[in-house]
Structure formats: structure tokens, C-alpha cells
Design a protein around this ligand. Structure first.
Ligand SMILES: Nc1ncnc2c1ncn2[C@@H]1O[C@H](COP(=O)(O)OP(=O)(O)O)[C@@H](O)[C@H]1O
Ligand SMILES: [Mg+2]
Length: 257
């Protein structure tokens, strides 16, 4: 049961979209996936979660353990199968666990809750765009770290900073943490600047860049706007992107095992 954190030190690069795309790909394969929304903004929760949740990721920090996890998990609103997606929704108050601390002084709490997530084929943690304690907690609880970025100057910076945090967490809190690589998202094929930054990412991360790059496609926004999995949206663009997420899921599962 691999636990994977999806992170970056940059908002808007597609972390949540990648989490949803991978969860949908896993669902299409018949796998059972748990999405843990650690971003206080709660974008993944607004798509997957119930309207009035009775528990949230906050409980995984407040009283770490199997009961907190059991109480916080809800079935997701995607009913399309054949697999299933469950969710632990976010809470705006998660921000109180995001204060900066020296990584080596963090006593992981989330890991104590997620160690009871046996039964899922995959757990995906959607991280906030910061690299504060929430992201450190996510990495400390994970088997693998996946960085998402876009081929822009700021995107490259966000990816490099996330890689530094990965190294620190691996050194001080979680020696078994694997580097699963970098997904490059929102690439515009007509933009020379994007080609230049994609080459820069290839120089910095080498084989860790997971191919193929995900292009800018409105289908991702349309599927999210309709709160359905991209795999079920049914447009040409959604089929193209769904195929990419399926390829990425295969690579991710191979790297984390
Ligand atoms: N490949 C893509 N093509 C078009 N829009 C995208 C793509 N990836 C993400 N988006 C859109 O960009 C916005 C930010 O993506 P999101 O997944 O919320 O990023 P993050 O979680 O990193 O902040 C969302 O509106 C999302 O629908
Ligand atoms: Mg997000």
C-alpha cells in the first residue's frame, strides 16, 4: 500500500489536478485509492468530499491513530468505478499545523494515522503549495515523493525547493522515502520559453522527469468544473490526458515498489 505525497513550492502548477488524475486512473483499473487533502484551500475536497463532512484531516493531527483515520475517511462522490476512491477532506484550520519548524525537530503525527491505511492500493496526499510543517508531515508519512511543476522559471524554482525539502525529510525523518520524480504539467507546445524550461528541468532532474509532459488542456478544468473524473469526461482532450495519467500511474507504482 504505497503512500505518495504530491508536492511543490508553487501554487497553480497542477498538484491537485495530478492527484485527481492519478486517483481516476487508479479507479479505472479497479484499485482502491485514498486521497488525503492536506491543502487548507481544500480544492480536492470540494470535488471529492461530502458537503458537510463530520471529520477531516485535522483529526489526523489532533488525535493521531487508527480511530482518527477511520472517522475521517469518507466515500468519494465519484461513483463511476470499477475501483473506488475515498477521501479525507481538508479543513481551513489545518493552517495551524503549517507553522515552520526545523525539520529535524518535527515529531510526525500524520504518519501515526496513515500507518493504519492498509486495505488501500494507493494513498495520495495532496500537499499545500508551501513547504512548511504540513508538507514535511506528508513526506514523513510517505513511501514516495512526487513533485509537480510547470515549465516556467517560477515552476523550476518551486520544484528545486521541493527537492531540497525531500532530501532533508529523508535525512532526518524518513530514511525510506523514495524520490518518485517530477511531473511537468501545463506545457504549451507553441511556447519556446516552455521548451527552454523543460530542458532546464531535464538538466536538473535527469531521468527523474516523468515522461510524457502533460500539455495545457482545457478538459482538465472542464472535468474539475463538473466534479467528475477526467477518465469519464468523454472529450478528445480528456481521453488524451486520461491516457497520460494512466502512463504516469504505471511509472509511479513501479518506482515506489
Ligand atoms: N494541464 C492543464 N491544462 C489546463 N489547466 C490545468 C492543467 N493542470 C491544471 N490546470 C488548472 O490549473 C489550475 C491550478 O491547478 P491545481 O491542480 O489546482 O494546482 P495546484 O494544486 O498546484 O495549486 C486549476 O484551475 C486546474 O484546473
Ligand atoms: Mg492544490
Amino acid at each position: 500500500m504505497p503512500i505518495v505525497s504530491i508536492c511543490s513550492h508553487k501554487g497553480g502548477v497542477g498538484k491537485t489536478s495530478v492527484v485527481l488524475g492519478l486517483a481516476g486512473a487508479a479507479m479505472s483499473r479497479g484499485l482502491a485509492t485514498l486521497v488525503v487533502d492536506l491543502d487548507p484551500q481544500g480544492n480536492a475536497s470540494s470535488i471529492l468530499g461530502p458537503e458537510s463532512p463530520t471529520a477531516s484531516a485535522l483529526d489526523l493531527f489532533a488525535r493521531p491513530g487508527s480511530k482518527a483515520l477511520h472517522d475521517a475517511v469518507t466515500a468519494c462522490s465519484w461513483e463511476s468505478g470499477p475501483g473506488e476512491v475515498d477521501v479525507v477532506v481538508s479543513d481551513p484550520m489545518l493552517i495551524k499545523y503549517d507553522a515552520w519548524k526545523e525539520i529535524k525537530s518535527v515529531t510526525p503525527r500524520l504518519a501515526k494515522s496513515l500507518e493504519h491505511s492498509a486495505g488501500y492500493d494507493l494513498v495520495l496526499i495532496d500537499c499545500p503549495p508551501s513547504l512548511g510543517t504540513l508538507a514535511v508531515e506528508a513526506l514523513a508519512a510517505s513511501h514516495g515523493a512526487l513533485i509537480v511543476t510547470e515549465p516556467t522559471y517560477f515552476g523550476v524554482q518551486g520544484a528545486l525547493r521541493a527537492a531540497d525539502t525531500y532530501e532533508e525529510v529523508k535525512k532526518h525523518l524518513n530514511r525510506k522515502l523514495k524520490d518518485l520524480g517530477v511531473i511537468v504539467n501545463r506545457s504549451k507546445s507553441t511556447a519556446e520559453e516552455h521548451d527552454y524550461r523543460a530542458r532546464e528541468l531535464a538538466r536538473e532532474f535527469g531521468k527523474l522527469v516523468i515522461k510524457p509532459i502533460i500539455p495545457e488542456r482545457i478538459a482538465i478544468q472542464q472535468a474539475e468544473g463538473s466534479a467528475i473524473a477526467i477518465q469519464k469526461y468523454g472529450s478528445a482532450g480528456s481521453r488524451e490526458v486520461a491516457h497520460l495519467f494512466d502512463t504516469h500511474l504505471t511509472k509511479l507504482l513501479n518506482r515506489v515498489r
